[in-house]
Design a protein around this ligand. Structure first.
Ligand code: SF4
Length: 409
């Protein structure tokens, strides 16, 4: 039974009362946008240009431009957006769900967009609706991002003419068990008022999504690039821009706009690292890479041999006083707590690996233990239902690959 929503022009709902919250919510930090910003340049040139431009063209032409740009999903999937939409359009999508949960603890690029560029976010959503033929949108933002709600509502009301024929539901996410609800099918369950745990796929959301209807799920950053690419093709000419959250032991933490393929060292230097011993690449579900291995391009193809990926675009710098194994313990305890527990490889595997990581920190593991940990990690990566179970072993595996001494039998 779906939860009742208010009708036009938007609704704001929160499913958890503050008194229910004891732990697990996202700790909000102050994030500043730094350096070059295509979003600032777009806003400076006049907002809603892309929506107005679209009125004089066709949805097919906009889809062609998105295809030509090579825009990929920025929430971590990196799937080409146009291909995802082309697969969905024959199913006549009924809903667009925009994922602004951003459950990774150290990731704030969607927050930056929602807070500083709500017009661009909503403009990207409006264009997406017209290309997809969708008239109903659910924008779900992290509960810690409540300070963005008023601006989003104000833009929607002030520019109602730009959003004609679109009904927006503006929701805040749960205060706890946040990470797994960010998985696209868990998010659909959450919106329907059910327990926020992933569904089995197939069927995929574009076939059977929200309330059984064909649904497209996209990330906030992904859709926010659409007004930019429609009005400044040069930003996507043979390259792919990306927002990264760069934090840790740096003098200038914040949100940086980079180009995928740029030298990773150059990106890190912009934030002025105070010391650089190792970097967590891809957020808490990413991996740890020592400073000596950072002479590499910031792109999935170049990072994959190091056992890491761009993911949602988080880079956390650690100095010489930090112990990488402590970060592995932190990550595995996080995944143990966040696992929804529905499938055995993830439920048991996160417990086992958290226990192993703690033993590693205590200096109490044998070669046999290490062999067992590798087997558990492989089982999780091959048979977990959703991305949480598949990503949870990555911090440990990267540590064992780059930092740990091989154990004697
Ligand atoms: S992999 Fe983990 S989080 Fe995902 S469905 Fe299975 S138990 Fe739940």
């Amino acid at each position: 039974m779906p939860r009742r929503s208010h009708s036009v022009p938007y609704s704001v709902r929160s499913f958890y009362a503050a008194s229910d919250v004891e732990h697990g919510g996202k700790a909000l930090i102050e994030v500043a946008g730094r350096g070059r910003s295509s979003f600032a340049a777009y806003a400076h040139g006049g907002l809603f240009r892309a929506v107005q431009q679209m009125r004089s063209g066709s949805a097919t032409e906009v889809l062609r431009q998105i295809y030509a740009s090579g825009l990929r999903g920025c929430g971590g999937s990196h799937l080409p957006l146009a291909r995802k939409w082309q697969a969905a359009i024959p199913y006549a999508p009924r809903y667009l769900v925009v994922n602004g949960l951003e459950g990774e603890p150290d990731t704030f690029k969607d927050y930056f967009l929602l807070r500083d560029y709500p017009q661009v976010v909503l403009e990207g959503i409006a264009i997406s609706c017209r290309v997809l033929g969708v008239h109903e949108v659910y924008l779900v933002i992290n509960a810690a991002y409540r300070d963005c709600l008023a601006a989003l509502e104000a833009v929607w009301q002030q520019h109602a003419g730009e959003f004609a024929d679109i009904k927006l539901h503006l929701l805040t996410g749960p205060e706890v068990d946040l990470y797994v609800v960010g998985e696209e099918t868990a998010l659909l369950n959450y919106i329907e008022g059910k327990r926020g745990e992933p569904r089995l796929k197939p069927p995929f959301p574009h076939q059977c999504g929200l309330w059984g209807q064909p649904t497209i799920v996209n990330n906030v950053e992904t859709l926010s690039w659409i007004p930019i690419l429609l009005t400044d093709a040069t930003r996507f000419a043979g390259q792919h821009p990306k927002l990264v959250t760069l934090l840790g032991e740096v003098a200038a933490p914040g949100i940086y706009e980079v180009t995928l393929g740029q030298p990773l060292h150059d990106i890190l230097q912009q934030a002025q690292p105070e010391e650089l011993s190792f970097v967590e690449i891809g957020g808490i579900s990413g991996g740890l890479v020592p400073a000596a291995r950072l002479d590499v391009a910031y792109a999935d193809e170049a990072l994959r041999p190091l056992g890491v990926q761009v993911g949602a675009g988080t880079l956390r710098v650690f100095g010489h006083g930090c112990d990488p194994v402590a970060e592995v313990v932190r990550a595995l305890q996080f995944f143990q707590a966040e696992s929804c527990g529905r499938c055995t490889p993830c439920r048991v595997g996160t417990q086992e690996l958290a226990r192993f990581a703690q033993a590693l920190q205590d200096g109490d593991v044998s070669a046999e233990d290490q062999h067992w940990a590798h087997r558990v990690a492989a089982a999780m990566q091959h048979s977990s239902t959703c991305g949480l179970g598949r990503a949870a072993p990555v911090p440990l595996l990267s540590y064992l690959h780059h930092f740990a001494e091989p154990q004697d039998d």
